[in-house]
Design a protein around this ligand. Sequence first.
Ligand code: ZN
Ligand code: ZN
Length: 237
Amino acid sequence: MDADTKEQYVCQVCGYNMVGYLPDNCPFCGASKQKFYSCDENSARRRVNSSRVNDRVTRLNSVPELGYEHAAYRVEAEKNVFMIDCPSTYDQSVPQIDTIFFTHHHFLGASNLYRSLYPARVVIHKDDSNHDMCRGFPFDTLFSGSFTENDLSAVHLGGHTPGFTCYFFGDVLFICDYVIKEHGKWSINPYGPENETRSGLKKLLSLLIERPVKTVCGVDYVMSFPSWNAKVRPLIE
Ligand SMILES: [Zn+2]
Ligand SMILES: [Zn+2]
């Protein structure tokens, strides 16, 4: 097996990867180490499944589901291929990625291993780059504010985490867990400073007036913009 994976453990309760250390409890969800698999063991039991969102975008998920299973997305742009967030399962059959862009530091997945495999450049907002959750995860580019690179537009929203950033590619919005659906009820992510997240959501919704979006890719859903908008707009009213 890849030497890089030796000292890596995956929490089966939440999916968090512990890189280079074995704690008694998961730093993300607090589960005890009896709930961890080594990364190799996790990779032997799971794979990363791709499902198509449109002709350029595919959704990536661990199968069988892992912990607080979150979606990552692979985007084939004109000049390069990138991933928004990263699967917690390391599966070497996931095709080439040039750059991994993070929305925030909650779903770093096995990005350190994919980074070495391809190799890929890893990009995150600087305000999300030095949190405890980032232990063992190398980042190559830290940004602040908003930017556009190879047809990908990054818009810094803050709130849920200080560096939280959403992305646009064509008519697709990547918003991860900024708003969540629990037990059928939609809400602004309650973790972090809720008022700031609400302001960030207002900023995003006002941008969407000038930037038409057809599809919204979230932490555990892909939705048409009109149905997403109907659920989310009332949250700021
Ligand atoms: Zn955990
Ligand atoms: Zn989050």
